[in-house]
Every structure is written in C-alpha cells, then in structure tokens.
Design a protein. Sequence first.
Length: 486
Amino acid sequence: MKEIRHFINGEYVASSTGRVFNDVNPANGEVIARVHEGGQAEIDQAVAAARAAMAGEWGKMPVARRTELLHKVADGINARFDEFLEAECLDTGKPKSLASHIDIPRGAANFKVFADLVKNVPTESFHMDTPDGAGALNYAVRKPRGVIGVISPWNLPLLLMTWKVGPALACGNAVVVKPSEETPHTAALLGEVMNEAGIPKGVYNVVHGFGPDSAGEFLTRHPGVDGITFTGETRTGTAIMKAAAEGIRNVSFELGGKNAAIVFEDADLDKAVEGTMRSAFANCGQVCLGTERVYVHRSLFDEFVARLKAGAEELRMGWWEDAGNNFGPLISEEHRAKVLSYYERAVADGATVVTGGGVPDMPAELGRGAWVQPTIWTGLSEDSAVIREEIFGPCCHIAPFDTEEEAVRLANDTPYGLACAIWTENLTRAHRVAPQIDVGLCWVNSWFLRDLRTPFGGSKQSGIGREGGVHGLEFYAELSNVCIKL
C-alpha cells in the first residue's frame, strides 16, 4: 500500500505519532494510499523550516533568481504531467478530460503567471514639499509577509493550492500547506518537483491531516505563521478567522457561494444552455463558482428547462480514464450523504424533479463509488433550504422571472456573494445589470472564463480579500513607505 508522507524541509517524513488515515478513490471506494496524519510536532517542524528558509538563502535571493526557479517548478509539473494527472484523478474521481484541460495545466501556469507579475509590478513614489523648501521623497517597498499557512480544498486540489503557493513564493514568502485530507496526492508530489527545480529547503512544506485537533487547527493557531489563506466552507473560515485573531494575523478567504445565473429574454439560448450546463454540472457540481440558482425570463422558461434537462441526461459517467466520460463522482460518501439530503429536502418542499434526484446504477466496479445523478428542480419557493444553502453538488433550481428588477433582486437575495452569470445579447443591459449584482465576479455570456491578472474573491459571506494580479500582493506582501528628507 502506498504511503503519503509529510514534506518538511525538503524531505518526506513520517508522523511522530504513527497515525495514518485512508486516501480513498471516490469512484469505486478503493483505498489507494495511507496518509500520515500530522499533529503539533509536524506543524512546529514545518513552521521552523519555513522561518529558517526566510532567514537564509530564500530570504536573500534576488527576485530574478527566485522567479527563474518558479518557472522551473512549472516546467517540472508539465514534465511529469501524466503523473500529476493520474494522482489528481485517483484522488477526486474526476474525468481525465477535465483534469487534463483545467487542473494540471492551470496548476502549473500559476507559478509562471505570478513570477512574471512580481518581476514587473511597480510601486508608488511621491515628492512632497517641506517648510525648508528642500522637500522629501517617499517611495514604497514591497516585502514578503513571512510564513504563509495555506489550507487548500479538495475540488480542484492542485489548481487551487498553487493559486496560493504561486503568488506566495513569487513574493518571497515560505509556505506550510495543509491540503484537504480527501486529496493529498498532488501537494505531496509537488515536493519532488520543488527539489528538482532547486527551491531551497524549507520554502515549501506540506503537513497532512484534518481540521479540529489536527494539522489544520495547529497550523492556524501557530504563532510563527504570519498569514493564512483558505478556500473552503464559510463555517470553517469563521473558525480560522477566530484563530487568526490571536496575534492579529492577516487572512485571505474564498468561501462558500450560492451563485445565480440570469437568462434574459434576449439571450442566445444556445450559449445560455451550454454555459449553464457547465456551471451546474462540471466537476460533479463541486465548483465554488458553480451555479445552483437559475432565473430565466418567463418567455424562455419552458424551452430552457427542456433543453437543460436534455443536456443533463446526456452526461456520461464512468472511470476517469475512459474516453468520452465527462461526469465523475462526488468526493466522498460523506459528501454524497449531504447532497442526497438536499435531494430529499427538495421533494419534501414540493419541488418538481425535472431530472435526476437520486443515485445512478453503476457497473459493478464502480458500484461502491460516491455517484449521484445530475439533478434539476423547478417549483420551489425562495425560502427553501435548497435555494438558501450551498449544496456543492450537480444540481440547480430553475425559476421564472418577469422583470429586470425582479431578476436582480432574486440574484442578490442570498447571504453569499461569490459569482454570477448573466446571459443577454443586449450590451446596454449587460453593463447596467452586472454592477448591480453583489458578487466578486460577474460573467456576461460566459462562465469560468478567468484572466489571472484580474481580482478574484467574494463579497458578503463568500470571502475576504482578493486574489489574482496585483490584488493578491495586498495579502502576500507587506508595503512599507520610505521617506527620504532631501
């Protein structure tokens, strides 16, 4: 049985307690590895290694050399593309077609994008007058924050982990990563690439484990951690924020969402159906930016529902390597139980089940996997828990609207504010409506189209801060002002 160990100070190490847990393939329920669970001792070692790296070679390394090494990391991931792809697909069960297109290439690209950004981003300077007439010069200096605790999720394990590690290292920080216990493979494998690329020991550390009373809690409470970045549930973010208050550590959070799509009467229906298919069902609905609430103008409602139903019923489930499969399992049996509880709740609340609503019949080898059917509902009231709470599964509810004002009100009627998709061919309407939606990211006639230079994050209970482009530097770097009296 394969063992997945911690990566600390450039070496793979076992847990001092000897505790291990199972890494399970959600497609068939098979245990694919034993993972060492870290505790306080492993977090202490990792933080000490990171702080030593900051005090040593890494902390003194010129920007040009640091960014050169990060390019080598990206090249190292791509050189071992198939190895990363298999590890990611075994951990998540997602189809090869998805992971090979999104997870691995984007995960590698994060290192190059942020390395190039840091080389070119300017700071500000001002000349000021002084009473003696000589003046003074002020200029800003951007410095690394220090040791960053990275807690990454299971839905896009490599991509969302490197989305944080890439800019953190580009800014000169060292990191301690706590990947999801569901998906430990690629974070551990990346340690080998870091060594091969020549990243100094202690810059990149990985400690596996759980949240409460395990590696996650010990990392967030550690006084040697200078900042914490997290992607995951709002409830977990609340707990991390409380821990970060001790010592006044900075946080960057991308949290839950209950994202809406608005389909206006002037939408291109082909585009709207195709985009909503992806936003509701891609990665088995386990995408933080995914759509769970769809509001369609009444004149298009029946046709849209019928076409989305037809699309959902054409999705192909199966083993990740099989060509043509485009729909994988949920991440675990535990998560499936949660999603199925909402399927049951929808029926209890009076929903019309347009399609799905249960567990599919899978071949024998996949029968023990965490599979659910892609599901569409209509007919629920807006106060149903199915409409109010994040499900994080392959499902959506479709409701009609009559006016633009009603659509905006419905989309904004949520404690979350992560993303929205608007479908309209009216340019004036697009510019008028998009700024009214209380989200961090609003797409028009697209979904999941991301320029990494732009700000990314959520409003309301969907997060704190922004990642991407220069905006992420507000978290990963400290700005200091130098004032020179002339």
